[in-house]
Design a protein. Structure first.
Length: 221
């Protein structure tokens, strides 16, 4: 094991472990290091929860209060937010199990680490796919309210005319659709790279550290 790595592990030891004359096994130090890494994962998850709650709550409140015409957008955001809360619950529960001090680390950490990787991979895929889907769904909702007039407010003759009018003809310029789709493509590609960078920063690099620690534990065991 490298000297720098041992120094980092030593810094994470409790004062009880540093009492004079006490022999601290390398395996015990590795276990404490894994607990510290899992604690960072929990902090990042909680920070993400706070950010989602603030952003989604304010956005839904604004739509319901000032943009009631687009109430479907509030429902869409509520569904996405509810899905994230379920993901948070499952992932937080797993991290608590991984942080169990009374558990035998080597016997549980490997299996739990595989499950954690699946959660993070699913979160990445879902986030990348959900971004363009939510964008196009929001676009359809806005287009429906902005372009299609309310038939109930029109004379009978106008209602018949509008109902027979092709949807494409209600848009003043075909370039609107090109721009809308182009923005969707850019948003999809951008969300892919942004999600990959953000998830790696918040979770991926810590999972790799846990893998390395697990291998070291197995060697020491």
């Amino acid at each position: 094991m490298e000297l720098d790595s041992l120094k980092d592990i030593w810094k994470n030891l409790d004062e009880e472990d540093l009492q004079p004359g006490r022999d601290v096994p390398i395996l015990s130090m590795l276990q404490k290091r894994s607990q510290s890494t899992i604690a960072r994962l929990k902090r990042n998850l909680n920070r993400e929860l706070i950010a989602v709650l603030i952003i989604y709550s304010l956005t839904i409140w604004y739509i319901v209060t000032y943009q009631r015409l687009y109430s479907e957008l509030a429902v869409l955001l509520a569904l996405v937010g509810g899905a994230f809360l379920f993901y948070y619950y499952r992932k937080n529960k797993l991290l608590k199990q991984m942080q169990c001090v009374a558990c035998e680390v080597r016997s549980n950490l490997k299996q739990q680490l595989v499950t954690l990787e699946k959660y993070v991979r699913f979160y990445f895929i879902a986030g990348t796919v959900l971004t363009p889907l939510a964008y196009f769904a929001a676009g359809v909702i806005i287009l429906f309210h902005e372009v299609t007039p309310s038939l109930s407010d029109l004379p009978v003759e106008a209602q018949t005319s509008v109902s027979n009018m092709p949807i494409a003809s209600t848009v003043s310029n075909h370039r609107f659709f090109v721009l809308f789709v182009s923005i969707g493509v850019v948003l999809t590609v951008g969300s892919y790279f942004l999600n990959r960078w953000l998830i790696n920063k918040m979770y991926g690099q810590h999972i790799e550290k846990l893998k390395d620690l697990l291998y070291q534990m197995e060697d020491e065991g």
